[in-house]
Design a protein around this ligand. Structure first.
Ligand code: SF4
Length: 219
């Protein structure tokens, strides 16, 4: 396949759900189950600040664009970057209405602090791939801003990370095409999962739904 048709695009933000738990991703993006819990509500409030659409501001050599829609036909993902900073750079590209050339740096806002898993990093790298595909220029770094520690962490967009994103996106598309929801695999992550009550991890790993229903009816 040379590329994805826009009708096949999946949500870029899903990459973090997929990384957190493939089943959670399938419940949200294939079965469309969604239950807001504290984590998602806090997260969306934080995003509201960054997602003020189309605000464009310029300070010295940096042009900031908020809520920039991005996509990539190569990995078949689409989404919105919280903020993209365009830094004046001779290796960059020209932008409409601006003098000189610029290199984009995606900046993603997160609640909490840096995570142990790579979900935030892969989401950022997916944004970088989209920007590269759309603007035909390299995106060597991106940044994650963590609300809890009030600090920005720069991430080098390596070929290795990009390959990880490409492989993850391919698996997401494969599951989506087959409408496949992976089985429950419980772990520590289930404690902070917004779909815990829908997924019923304790229940499904111990007994089948039919057995559970039979037991409940008998009680
Ligand atoms: S409860 Fe656990 S297994 Fe179920 S979707 Fe959430 S993280 Fe995945």
């Amino acid at each position: 396949m040379t590329g994805y048709d826009p009708s096949e695009f999946l949500m870029l933000s899903g990459i973090q759900h997929f990384q957190f738990c493939e089943r959670q991703w399938a419940l949200i993006h294939i079965e469309q189950e969604w239950e807001e819990n504290v984590l998602t509500i806090e997260g969306s409030h934080l995003h509201e600040k960054a997602d003020d659409p189309f605000i464009r501001e310029k300070r010295k050599d940096i042009l900031k664009v908020r809520a920039l829609p991005v996509h990539s036909t190569k990995i078949g993902l689409t989404g919105i970057c919280d903020v993209v900073e365009f830094h004046a750079d001779v290796n960059g590209v020209s932008l409409q209405g601006e003098e000189g050339t610029y290199l984009p740096i995606p900046v993603e806002y997160k609640r909490g602090k840096p995570k142990r898993d790579q979900s935030d990093v892969l989401q950022l790298v997916a944004q970088a791939i989209c920007l590269e595909d759309m603007l035909y220029c390299p995106v060597p770094i991106g940044s994650l801003y963590y609300h809890e520690i009030r600090r920005r962490v720069d991430i080098e967009i390596t070929e290795e990370l990009k390959n990880q994103v490409r492989n993850t996106a391919k698996r997401m598309h494969d599951y989506y095409k087959r409408r496949h929801t992976p089985r429950v695999k419980t772990g520590k992550h289930c404690q902070s999962c917004s779909l815990r009550h829908i997924c019923l991890p304790e229940l499904l790993t111990k007994e089948s739904v039919a057995a559970y229903m039979k037991r409940m009816m008998a009680e």
